[in-house]
Design a protein around this ligand. Structure first.
Ligand SMILES: Cc1cc2nc3c(=O)[nH]c(=O)nc-3n(C[C@H](O)[C@H](O)[C@H](O)COP(=O)(O)OP(=O)(O)OC[C@H]3O[C@@H](n4cnc5c(N)ncnc54)[C@H](O)[C@@H]3O)c2cc1C
Length: 381
């Protein structure tokens, strides 16, 4: 695996790091009080970071998957709520680029990448279909000139603010996973509505909602790819998305490591700092080592995707390890900050609340382990 970056990748990393500290950090406290990061998105649009892998003609940066994970990690260090919003927009843009036609590219990508639309959204999960996504029930019935959508989606990131929502629905219920198709739903379509806003414990600036579809007419021109390939679209999206979540978790973990470094220096034990205590040093070493190992797994998965190779197992490994490393880092930040971390908006408390969900969305830790084990079993049988 090549660890050095090309000049173009280096430029994207520097841009993301600068944008993270100059733009996202200043709105991070507001996001943690529940404000959707619209101000940051407005400043992100002109940078191209809303479409890292999208060609420049559509407002993106034409970057690699490696550049994209670097960018998400840098944004997550400064504002996890914004990072997840941006990561989903990137994922949606990427799927439109991969599976869409020229007309769809021209219609959707510039608005997504420029920030004209606050976000893109990806709607797979349903009340009775989370981990077992193939059992989704939202129905897309063929009618003259398009499809009629009926159903409900749950826990959808940015579903209320997105300009376009990738919706997976059954076009052929008898065909199981092969009977799912993907639709580009626009919020102005009659019959589309936003339901409950989830009151989460963390990522408070990221909006999470339920969506309802009641006889929503979606024209043929808004079907993404062929009928029946919706599950494949979802799985390709999740392979990339899991690298992005691993990167988010590493970024949050690094922010936690920074909190730890400050806490152990600031805290005095007699005439010595906590940082000279061997117990604290062991914790710092474990956090840093786990985060570095996690980052290497994320880079491996992203590099394989750049090489056009199948990387489902590697993406699952990166996600499960990185999200657990990020959670471990935040737990240690709370432990070492002690009383200061009991303020719920303190950096340590915020990171602990924000990083927890990374072990749930785009497939829980248990599901990642199943994916890994099944790939290993397939490779020996
Ligand atoms: C903040 C947030 C944002 C989200 N954003 C989106 C989004 O933008 N788009 C979207 O489509 N979805 C989104 N989700 C949904 C998310 O992907 C699901 O919550 C997740 O896939 C788990 O599904 P579930 O909640 O239905 O849990 P379930 O599938 O009911 O799982 C419950 C528990 O059982 C375990 N489990 C389930 N099946 C197995 C098994 N076979 N073996 C072992 N253990 C198992 C799980 O690991 C989990 O611990 C989001 C969720 C959250 C919390």
């Amino acid at each position: 695996m090549e660890l050095s970056l090309s000049k173009q990748e280096q430029r994207i990393v520097e841009l993301a790091e600068r944008t993270g500290t100059d733009v996202l950090a200043k709105h991070a406290a507001a996001a943690d009080h529940g404000e959707f990061p619209a101000r940051s998105i407005a400043e992100l649009g002109p940078t191209g970071l809303l479409g890292v892998k999208i060609p420049t003609e559509f407002g993106g940066l034409a970057g690699s998957n490696v550049a994209a994970v670097h960018a998400i990690r840098a944004l997550a260090r400064n504002c996890p709520s914004t990072a997840v919003t941006v990561a989903v927009t990137n994922m949606v843009a990427d799927m439109i680029l991969r599976f869409g036609n020229a007309e769809q590219h021209a219609r959707f990508l510039p608005k997504l990448c420029s920030g004209t639309w606050l976000a893109g959204s990806f709607a797979l999960s349903e009340p009775a279909a989370g981990s077992d996504a193939a059992s989704l029930r939202t129905r897309a019935e063929k009618v003259d000139g398009g499809y009629r959508l009926n159903g409900e989606k749950l826990w959808i990131t940015s579903g209320d603010v997105a300009g376009v929502i990738l919706v997976m629905a059954k076009t052929d219920p008898a065909a199981g996973a092969r009977g799912i198709s993907t639709f580009l739903v626009e919020p102005s379509m009659p019959g589309f509505s936003v339901g409950r806003h989830e009151e989460k414990m963390g990522l408070l600036g990221s909006s999470t909602v339920s969506l309802a579809f009641s006889d929503v007419f979606v024209p043929d021109a808004n079907r993404l790819g062929a009928e029946g390939i919706g599950f494949e679209v979802a799985m390709v999206a999740l392979d990339g998305g899991r690298c992005g979540i691993g990167a988010q978790a590493v970024g949050m973990g690094e922010a936690a490591l920074n909190v730890i470094a400050q806490a152990v220096e600031a805290r005095k034990k007699g005439d010595r700092t906590l940082g000279t205590d061997q117990g604290a040093q062991f914790r710092v070493a474990d956090v840093a080592t786990r985060l570095d190992a996690a980052w290497l797994l994320v880079l491996r998965a992203a590099s394989l995707r750049d090489a056009g190779k199948k990387m489902t197992k590697e993406a699952a490994m990166a996600k499960v390890f990185a999200t657990e490393a990020g959670n471990f880092a935040a737990q240690q930040a709370v432990a070492l900050s002690q009383g200061a971390a009991l303020d719920r908006h303190s950096p340590a408390a915020r990171l602990l609340r924000d990083v927890r969900v990374s072990r749930i969305y785009e497939g829980t830790s248990e599901i990642q382990r199943l994916v890994i084990a099944r790939h290993l079993a397939a490779s020996v049988s």
